[in-house]
Design a protein around this ligand. Structure first.
Ligand code: HEM
Length: 453
């Protein structure tokens, strides 16, 4: 492919010797390399070297829109080659991604009916993980608390009580996503011939799946028997025997959200007033949570800045030509320069101002845009060509309605129950960058205190 990609400019040098040097450089400086490419080639394409292959980066609304419409651009093939899910979770999820349909329809449709359960798990979960005493600040590990709370809340929805509070099951669910992503990253470094051997050493995923099934098996058996009794027929398949297949994203959303809440205290009182006004008057329901525009905006702003350097990976299954004439051959991996897009003040092609002071955290920027334009396109869950947190097109995140509701309910609960702050003398913990992916600081602590009325 190197030869066939000659027409696409390279960031760094493309000589054989240099390309390995650049591939190593990409591991630690990938984020800067993408920003450089974005500045020089916005609206067209450039390529960056990764250890496994060239990655063609695209940007600008037109090319992103082309991805949305490109049938030959496969999300699943790209992801399985990057995260190596065949070696960790197994090939079934790629060949038959039935979980997407489950998330899109029954799970999302049930959010209203299950709202009180979700809220209950949030309250009990935070109560267990953050044991505040009267009038005393306690320091907690942000990532650990976020992981435990998200895991329990999602599992209340997926497997319900009592399993969602079972110690072995919750530990499995917490470790699982880390194993899949971490294991995938390590497997990636080995040549194909060694990958099947390495997988048994570096990941516990197959064993974890077996353990998860031993917990959930009886539950699904009972559910199937119930459906058979009620409908006189067997359900088509034992859906989602393995509910630990969750997405790492909602965990990676709560951690930066807690950092932002602690770092920008000026937003706390206006958000408390909104929660008081709306949930106080209407009660806590899925619909009333939708009305929390300031909280929605705060979370969206947190996600805008938390995004990684590249996302929306696709693999071209056939030669593909973008509408600006750039062609990539079959087999090419592409991705969108996402962080750079979220940091862009002016989209040169449209000459419109996308974001005022994009480097600044402005918690209510989306609520203000929503109010000024009287439109809902600035909601957290809205997809657009310039807000890329949930991707685009056919593969846009089907879990975003659940994630948004979960995060808003968690934020509302935290606001009404606790005071939160950074340790004295500390500023907001920086994101960590690795292979152009951004993740929230893993070690930082924040302080909680029972809120004084
Ligand atoms: C704030 C939290 C979340 C963020 C930021 C997020 C983000 C994303 C992104 C960027 C994609 C890829 C889109 C593309 O390439 O065009 C994606 C796909 C996906 N997400 Fe999420 N997600 C979140 C929460 C969730 C949750 C809670 C679930 C499950 C309940 C979920 C399930 C999925 C699935 C199954 C896909 C693959 C869709 C497909 O193959 O068509 N996500 N998500």
């Amino acid at each position: 492919t190197t030869h066939q990609l000659r027409h696409i400019p390279t960031i760094g040098s493309s000589g054989v010797m240099f390309s390995y040097y650049n591939a190593f450089k990409f591991i630690f400086r990938g984020h800067d390399m993408i920003q450089k490419g974005y500045n020089e080639y916005h609206g067209t394409a450039f390529k960056v070297p990764t250890l496994s292959r060239w990655l063609v980066m695209v940007s600008g609304p037109q090319m992103i829109d082309d991805i949305r419409r490109g049938d030959q651009l496969s999300f699943t093939e790209a992801v399985s080659e990057i995260v190596h899910t065949d070696y960790t979770i197994g090939p079934q999820i790629r060949v038959d991604p039935y979980h997407i349909g489950i998330i899109r329809t029954p799970l999302t449709e049930n959010l209203g009916a299950r709202f009180l359960d979700i809220k209950d798990e949030i309250i009990v979960g935070f109560g267990d993980h953050i044991q505040t005493k009267e009038n005393e600040w306690i320091s907690i590990s942000t990532l650990d608390t976020a992981m435990k709370s998200v895991s329990r809340t999602s599992n209340r929805l997926f497997v319900d009580l009592p399993l969602c509070r079972n110690a072995d099951f919750t530990k499995l669910a917490e470790d699982f996503t880390m194993d899949v992503i971490g294991g995938g990253l390590i497997i990636n470094v080995f040549p194909d011939i060694l990958k099947p051997l390495v997988k048994n050493i570096v990941t516990r995923v197959p064993r974890s799946i077996q353990r998860a099934i031993s917990h959930t098996g009886p539950l699904f058996q009972a559910q199937m028997e119930k459906v058979e009794r009620e409908q006189g027929e067997l359900p088509e398949r034992p859906e989602a025997q393995d509910p630990s297949r969750r997405n790492i994203y909602d965990l990676s959303a709560l951690t930066p959200l807690l950092y932002d809440l602690a770092a920008y205290p000026q937003y706390v009182e206006p958000m408390r007033e909104e929660v008081q006004m709306i949930l106080g008057a209407e009660g806590w329901t899925k619909t009333s949570v939708l009305g929390l525009h300031k909280l929605d905006s705060f979370i969206k702003e947190s996600q805008r800045l938390a995004i990684g350097g590249l996302q929306m990976n696709r693999k071209a299954m056939k030669d593909f030509t973008f509408s600006n004439g750039i062609t990539i051959p079959a087999g090419t991996h592409i991705a969108v320069a996402t962080y750079a897009a979220h940091m862009d003040e002016v989209i040169p092609s449209s000459q419109t101002i996308y974001m005022k002071n994009p480097k600044e955290f402005q918690g209510f920027r989306f609520a203000e845009m929503r109010q000024a334009e009287g439109e809902d396109k600035h909601q957290l869950v809205s997809l657009s060509l310039d807000f890329l947190t949930f991707g685009t097109g056919r593969h846009a995140c089907p879990g975003r309605f659940f994630a948004a509701m979960e995060l808003k309910t968690m934020l509302a609960h935290i606001l009404m129950t606790y005071d939160v702050k950074l340790p004295d003398g500390c500023s907001r913990p920086d994101n960590l960058w690795f292979q152009a992916t951004s993740s929230p600081n893993r070690k930082a602590q924040i302080l909680f205190r029972k809120r004084m009325m």
